[in-house]
Design a protein around this ligand. Structure first.
Ligand code: COA
Ligand code: NAP
Length: 262
């Protein structure tokens, strides 16, 4: 059973937690009583996210930095630990995306997404490891359907997120003996997000994504955020190394996030 006040006094760090799904996750933990720190590049976004979180908790902090820069990640985690004494939950969700065919994608374009999504995830996980309160610590990596569904014009994201899911599994093996759980959440198409606006900017492209999926609709940010909280709770304390779709069944059928184009 989920314990009352389960997250009271617990500390959560959300990398990329200043907008969209990741901010939704930060808010859900704050609403559940946790102290929450967020981290992303834009100081403006960090300030806005902290202001939003402070409507839910007085214990909210933010840091500007880039997951591609290990020193900035380490600095933010160290300051969070210094302020609150523990880090109980780590969510790694910073990501970048654009739509481009591999045949014309520049190597630097491919590298940018690999550096943010995959190397950035490693930086976050590696830097947080010494601080994670163990046993009972929960790590959640935010993956994507492209990790397992070959998606044209998404070679960079497919490769990077497949790597993220494999990191989840390997670190579940390596850190499990210390009581640290590591899982991936795979959001399906989520309404009102930057990610889906980039992939499906038109009503036609949006309709193509949902036409064959079981629930026939986009999800809400709260659908993913609530699962992140539950997955980090004691209810799930025997679950590690899983790659969990939160996608209205989209992984069973349908054309993927780009609606099967081209
Ligand atoms: N098509 C093809 N290549 C593109 C591109 C596009 N739409 N957008 C960027 N690139 C290429 C650039 O041309 C550049 O390569 P080059 O130096 O060979 O020209 C490379 O990607 C890096 O671009 P830059 O703008 O310098 O990268 P950045 O580090 O400032 O930003 C991105 C990274 C490109 C991923 C950017 O879109 C971003 O910051 N995204 C975060 C938000 C987001 O994507 N949200 C959705 C999450 S799923
Ligand atoms: P979003 O709103 O663009 O959020 C991305 C966040 O990451 C922002 O806070 C951004 O802030 C931060 N970020 C980006 N690059 C960064 C970097 N180099 N260093 C630090 N922070 C960085 O995106 P979203 O659509 O909600 O997606 C969130 C996550 O869900 C991603 O991992 C994505 O792959 C996954 N996902 C989304 C969907 C969907 O439906 N949207 C579906 C499947 C998976 P700054 O710009 O300030 O850095």
């Amino acid at each position: 059973m989920l314990q009352h006040n389960e997250f009271t006094g617990k500390t959560v760090f959300v990398a990329g937690g200043t907008s969209g799904i990741n901010l939704g996750i930060a808010k859900a933990f704050a609403a559940a009583g946790a102290k929450v720190a967020v981290f992303s590049r834009s100081q403006e976004r960090v300030d806005a996210a902290v202001a939003t979180l402070r409507e839910l908790t007085s214990d909210a902090m933010g840091f500007s930095g880039d997951v591609r820069d290990m020193a900035s990640v380490q600095d933010a985690l160290s300051k969070t630990h210094e302020a609150w004494g523990t880090i109980d939950v780590l969510c790694s969700g910073a990501a970048g995306n654009f739509v481009a065919p591999a045949a014309v994608m520049s190597p630097n374009g491919f590298k940018s997404v690999m550096d943010i999504d995959l190397l950035g995830s490693f930086h976050v996980l590696r830097a947080a490891y010494p601080y994670l309160t163990k046993p009972g610590a929960s790590i959640i990596n935010i993956s994507a359907p492209q990790a397992s569904k070959a998606t044209p014009m998404q070679a960079h994201v497919c490769a990077a997120k497949a790597g993220v899911d494999m990191l989840t599994k390997v670190l579940a093996m390596e850190w499990g003996p210390e009581g640290v759980r590591v899982n991936s959440i795979v959001p399906g198409p989520i309404a009102g997000t930057e990610g889906m606006e980039r992939l499906t900017p038109t009503p036609e492209s949006k309709a193509a994504v949902t036409q064959n999926m079981p629930l026939r609709r986009y999800g809400e940010i709260s659908d993913v955020a609530n699962v992140a909280v539950m997955l980090s709770s004691s209810v799930f304390n025997y679950v590690t190394g899983v790659v969990l779709p939160v996608d209205g069944g989209a992984s069973l059928a349908g054309p993927g996030l780009l609606g099967g184009q081209p």
